[in-house]
Ligand binder design. Structure first.
Ligand SMILES: NC(=O)c1ccc[n+]([C@@H]2O[C@H](COP(=O)([O-])OP(=O)(O)OC[C@H]3O[C@@H](n4cnc5c(N)ncnc54)[C@H](OP(=O)(O)O)[C@@H]3O)[C@@H](O)[C@H]2O)c1
Length: 279
């Protein structure tokens, strides 16, 4: 989902980019990852969008999540160290437990609630241990047209006439893959200093309000006059195998210190999303 929009942004800005699939570059296999170091000087940056992202399935598929999220980034860090390639790695707000009530800073203590979050945190630490010269960008509530995402699921369900009930007591910042891609390329072009960055959309909201926003935008785009009715429910009424953070807002001071502009307001990003969406 992110990788496709990132390749588009890099290409649009005149960068030469290769985007191997998992068949061409398997990040869980150190020999496969080592390919990128074969010709030193060939690449300036490696940007890692590969991950095990099925949050609930990760609770039972611990080994697969560990290989992809925890071990892969370290293999990449080692290979890039050898070849002098700078690394930009994408991580998640799920490294936090969501018990805070003010935004998490880049240096805030991590405490993941489940396997996805803990393997992503292990990946951050493994990468930093392999190669201290890396940039780690944590994002949240990602959506884009090249994959399944929450707003697409909501719009599909609304189109199918389903009765919608959505969790209204978890707060986070929806992030468009197009907007995140812009920030990632800004970071490379500005040659950002190594460390941890937070990069999310600027609006904190709930899943319930986000669902309304997405369906409303779709409704306007398709000129539908059907009503949007979504019942707000508490987390307890929608049990999932993995626990989610209740409050997932992150401060973005490190991005701001480089003069990187915040992302567009959620309304604008969602409007663009529905305009490109094929259900
Ligand atoms: N989705 C969210 O809500 C969210 C929120 C916060 C952070 N993030 C982070 O954002 C990043 C991008 O997420 P996304 O939603 O765009 O992910 P995604 O759509 O699930 O894509 C994951 C990619 O990983 C690749 N991959 C899987 N196994 C691989 C392997 N063994 N070797 C190499 N590549 C492999 C897949 O490539 P193939 O298709 O070729 O198999 C796929 O393109 C991830 O780091 C994720 O943790 C996501």
């Amino acid at each position: 989902m992110l990788g496709t929009d990132l390749v588009a942004e890099l290409t649009k800005r005149g960068h030469s980019v290769e985007s191997p699939s998992s068949k061409d570059l398997n990040i869980t296999d150190p020999c496969s990852v080592a390919q990128i170091a074969v010709e030193p000087g060939k690449y300036d940056w490696a940007i890692n969008c590969a991950a095990y992202t099925a949050v609930d399935k990760a609770e039972t598929e611990v080994q697969a999540a560990t290989e992809l999220n925890a071990l892969g980034p370290a293999y990449l860090g080692n290979a890039c160290n050898v070849a002098g390639i700078k690394v930009l790695h994408v991580s998640t707000d799920f490294v936090f437990d969501g018990t805070a009530s003010t935004p998490y800073s880049e240096s805030a203590e991590t405490h993941p609630l489940g396997v996805y979050g803990s393997t992503k945190r292990e990946g951050e630490l493994g990468l930093l241990a392999a190669n201290p010269n890396v940039l780690i960008v944590r994002t949240s509530w990602l959506y884009g047209i090249h994959g399944n995402s929450f707003p697409r699921t909501m719009i599909r369900a609304w189109e199918a006439g389903k009765e919608l009930k959505v969790v209204a007591d978890q707060v986070g910042c929806p992030t468009s893959t197009v907007d995140l891609a812009r920030v990632l390329v800004d970071l490379c072009e500005k040659n950002g200093y190594p460390g941890i960055y937070h990069a999310s959309g600027p609006n904190a909201t709930t899943w319930h309000a986000f669902a309304i926003e997405a369906i409303q935008a779709w409704k306007e785009f398709t000129r539908s006059d059907r009503a949007v009715q979504i019942a707000p429910i508490p987390t307890e009424a929608y049990p999932t195998p993995a626990k989610r953070p209740k409050y997932s807002v992150m401060s973005m001071d490190n991005l701001a210190s480089l003069g990187i502009a915040p992302m567009r307001p959620m309304k604008e990003s969602i409007q663009e999303f529905v305009g490109r969406l094929k259900l």
